[in-house]
Design a protein around this ligand. Structure first.
Ligand SMILES: Nc1ncnc2c1ncn2[C@@H]1O[C@H](COP(=O)(O)OP(=O)(O)OP(=O)(O)O)[C@@H](O)[C@H]1O
Length: 240
């Protein structure tokens, strides 16, 4: 199993009182599968992704990535696991504007004090269809191409799972489609594991499974549905 979540809770104690962002989430993400996480605004989607990726620690419950229980790790081991076993992409790409695509892909490895092999960097860019853009800086690339560089960077260490928080949120329909096709292909052809938060039923329908979150709880799971089916379910949820 790539990722297992066991009775996860997460509460935030802000000035205005305690907010329960996750309220007993148990699920798993199998290797070589593509899962979409959907739900109304504030339902806990980003919190779920951050806890599952080890970016935030849950208030209770357990996260296991590739058989390693995160709560068993000290700070150094957790940092290493996050760097080597977890990939993360964001809505706004988070590339360094002064660096080329190749340098962006190599950056996490270099920050870890290691050398990134040029041929491997080029292979990572080729895997996302950008083998000929290695020397381009982000401003010389389209939004979709920038997101593909971010995906190449996230996958460079061959992580057990790629988490994506609204990866197509800043892209137009056509470019979104290309990024979703890429993610689908990474799962189908390379056996990667992808977990993606999205608001878009069209994006969710590309996944194998759609997990629906409401008020920090998983209320439903859909498989084999098209975009209209996902949209209908979301509309029903919002009316409920
Ligand atoms: N750092 C924080 N401090 C306090 N409350 C927080 C914090 N992060 C999230 N929350 C609260 O936890 C709940 C879940 O937030 P989360 O961002 O996970 O939802 P979401 O489903 O990703 O929302 P959206 O679709 O709007 O991005 C919300 O009520 C939010 O206000």
């Amino acid at each position: 199993m790539a990722v297992e979540l066991e009775d996860l809770t997460k509460t935030y104690d802000s000035g205005a009182g305690v907010v329960t962002a996750l309220d007993g989430v148990t699920t798993h993400f199998a290797e070589g599968t593509f899962t979409a996480v959907m739900g109304p605004s504030g339902s806990g989607k980003s919190t779920l992704l951050h806890c599952a990726a080890g970016l935030e620690s849950p208030s209770s419950g357990a996260v296991t990535i590739a058989g390693i229980r995160l709560s068993d790790l000290g700070e150094t081991a957790l940092t290493r696991l996050r760097r080597d076993r977890v990939g993360f992409v964001f809505q706004d790409f988070n590339l360094v504007s002064s660096l080329t695509a190749a340098q962006n892909v190599a950056l996490p490895i270099r920050l870890a004090g290691r050398r990134a092999d040029d041929a491997l960097v080029r292979a990572a860019l080729t895997e996302v269809g950008l083998g000929d853009r290695a020397g381009h800086r982000p401003r010389e690339l389209s939004g979709g191409q920038q997101q593909r560089v971010a995906i190449a960077r996230a996958l460079f260490t061959r992580p057990a799972v790629l988490f994506a928080d609204e990866p197509t949120g800043a892209l137009d329909n056509r470019t979104s489609h290309q990024v979703l096709e890429l993610l689908r292909g990474l799962v189908d052809r390379h056996g990667r594991t992808v977990v993606m938060v999205t608001h878009d039923p069209v994006a969710a329908a590309v996944a194998d499974r759609v997990v629906l979150l409401v008020d920090g709880r998983i209320t439903d799971e859909l498989t084999g549905v098209d975009a209209a089916g996902v949209a209908d379910r979301m509309t029903a949820l919002e009316r409920a």
